[in-house]
Design a protein around this ligand. Structure first.
Ligand code: 9MG
Length: 281
């Protein structure tokens, strides 16, 4: 145990010491409509990608079957289960890092945990009916994220009077609700939800305000990788945002973030080794 218990993150059979930054690699499981192999091919592709991310140094893998991009088309329950469960079952056998399920649907959370997921990453902060109860049943870690609106509406007209205060209040209320349902604080990390119902000005205020959110007492997960806020600052397309994403990860950790959710694992791991060395010098 480290001296500071608030840095410990309990997730299934894992205990992560978030005194050191951790990199969460993104694994999107989306069907490859151009492949003859159909479902099998998309499972194989996702598993191979995930195994590579672990080889690149990922400490956690986040597996999602429904895009959370603005205006993304929602995916039905059965389709989402068919996408993510075979991937989680395979990875639970093939890698030894915590697997996170990116979903807001309680049925997917439940099936994913049975299949071997150790973390539930919910962009809706466990607000769907039944979600808190499912999360409370087992010992999975939980990521509670803030979002204004839904992925279909969130970027239409996000408005805040004080974005840092409002996000902190929401996360504090959801933290209390989870703890009231029996989920121990050690199982919870908080996430301001960059890009989810936020304009550039809101995202930048939140990045500067991470210490205020950290004051809620739980470690912070931050996801800025390749997001449009970086594109707006740098003026680059989504596939040209590596350098901006690295800068965002470094700043996030310097400001108190402890898990960064990224596409480019190898480069991020190296960059954060430098940050970690400075923090602990
Ligand atoms: C699924 N997903 C996409 N972006 C994310 C972010 O910033 N945080 C978390 N927790 N999940 C995200």
């Amino acid at each position: 145990m480290s001296k500071n218990n608030s840095n410990q993150f309990m997730c299934g059979k894992y205990q992560l010491d978030l005194a050191h930054p951790h990199v969460m690699g993104i694994v999107n499981v989306t069907p490859d409509s151009f492949s003859d192999g159909g479902r099998y091919a998309s499972t194989e592709k996702a598993v191979a990608h995930a195994v590579q991310l672990v080889a690149d140094g990922a400490h956690i893998l986040d597996i999602g079957g429904e895009s959370t991009r603005p205006n993304a088309t929602p995916v039905g329950l059965e389709e989402e289960l068919e996408r993510v469960i075979p991937v989680i079952e395979r990875l639970a056998r093939e890698v030894d890092v915590p697997l996170s399920i990116d979903t807001y649907k309680p049925q997917v959370m439940s099936a994913a945990v049975k299949a071997g997921a150790a973390i539930i990453n919910d962009i809706r902060g466990l607000q769907e009916p039944g979600a808190v109860e499912v999360a409370a049943e087992g010992d999975a870690g939980i990521c509670i994220m803030h979002m204004q609106g839904t992925p279909q509406t969130m970027q239409q007209n996000p408005v805040y009077e004080d974005v840092v205060q409002e996000v902190a209040t929401f996360l504090s209320e959801r933290l209390q609700a989870c703890m009231a349902a029996g989920i121990k604080a050690e199982r919870i990390v908080l996430d301001p939800g960059f890009g989810f119902g936020k304009r550039t000005v809101h995202n930048l205020a939140l990045l500067n305000g991470l210490p205020d959110i950290l004051a809620l007492g739980r470690p912070l997960l931050v996801g800025l990788s390749r997001k449009s806020v970086l594109g707006q600052i740098v003026g680059s397309d989504v596939d040209q945002r590596l350098h901006a994403s690295l800068a965002a990860s470094v700043i996030s950790v310097m400001k108190g973030g402890r898990i960064v959710r990224v596409h480019d694992v190898k480069a991020t791991v190296d960059a954060l080794k430098v940050v970690d060395a400075v923090i602990h010098a």
